[in-house]
Design a protein around this ligand. Structure first.
Ligand SMILES: [Zn+2]
Length: 271
């Protein structure tokens, strides 16, 4: 028969995608020791050369690759990714679709409450958009306090990249630069507009303290920092570099997920 549909391929979707099961299978499974993975991305501008879907695509590709390294006994389950994130720093660029912080918090808390009610005790927020991080740190604690679930926060592409990208890129290339462009080139090259590859770094290098990640942070929207909408050097991007980031991060994340799945916060203070 003709192939009518090709989404949901690979182990992550064919084996470890929780809602491919029936309620009865979820009812009967070992939820006490299961880990649920919720990818959270963003649909927002990434310069003229990358798709709006960049962050969500990177998140889905990362978890798909990571789950290739899991074994069937791992009891780690993927739930449908949340494609929309908190992207109000990009709303001046058309095509950006942002949830307000209150709504994003509400959605994540509702998902956690539902999982908790089903009997699950462990949730990982698998993030692929920098603008979500502050909110996720806060919401994770709210969920833990309300439901007593163990909640973990981690990011896609988190492996060490210092041998692949320049120091400048790793410090300032936070958006649509070498790293993200290389990653999209590795997984969806037809969505990259090569003719628009460009380089632009935030004009903050002369300051001793003011920075994006250091001791003093500035509240910014992207058009305060960048004319092109990017921060980084996309002209240096290659699919090979992206592939290395995906594979290296997936190998590491598979081990980290197992550690989360085995973790028991209540045992921390037991002697
Ligand atoms: Zn991004």
């Amino acid at each position: 028969m003709e192939v009518l549909f090709t989404r949901y391929e690979g182990n992550a979707w064919e084996e470890y995608f929780l809602p491919r099961l029936s309620f009865k299978e979820v009812q009967e499974m070992d939820k006490e020791n299961a880990l649920i993975v919720l990818p959270i991305g963003a649909v927002e501008q990434h310069g003229s050369h990358l798709p709006l879907m960049t962050d969500s695509l990177i998140g889905e590709a990362s978890i798909t690759k990571t789950m290739e390294y899991l074994t069937p006994d791992s009891n780690i389950w993927l739930i449908p990714p949340l494609s929309y994130g908190k992207s109000n720093e990009h709303l001046d660029f058309p095509g950006t679709i942002s949830l307000s912080s209150a709504n994003l918090q509400g959605v994540i808390i509702d998902i956690a409450r539902s999982l908790s009610r089903s009997g699950f005790r462990r949730l990982v927020l698998f993030n692929s958009h920098g603008g979500n991080i502050d909110l996720l740190n806060m919401v994770a604690r709210e969920i833990h306090i309300e439901t007593e679930m163990m909640v973990f926060i981690t990011s896609s592409g988190s492996a060490d990249k210092s041998d692949i990208f320049t120091e400048e890129e790793l410090k300032w290339g936070i958006h649509g630069g070498d790293v993200e462009t290389s990653m999209i080139m590795a997984v969806k090259p037809s969505w990259v507009r090569e003719e628009y590859l460009t380089a632009e770094f935030p004009p903050l290098k002369e300051f001793d303290y003011l920075s994006l990640k250091g001791k003093v942070r500035i509240a910014w929207k992207i058009n305060d920092l960048s004319k092109s909408g990017i921060a980084g050097n996309a002209t240096k991007a290659t699919p090979k570099k992206g592939e290395i980031v995906f594979i290296r991060s997936a190998e590491e994340m598979a081990i980290a997920l197992k550690e989360m799945a085995e973790f028991e916060i209540e045992q921390l203070l037991e002697d």
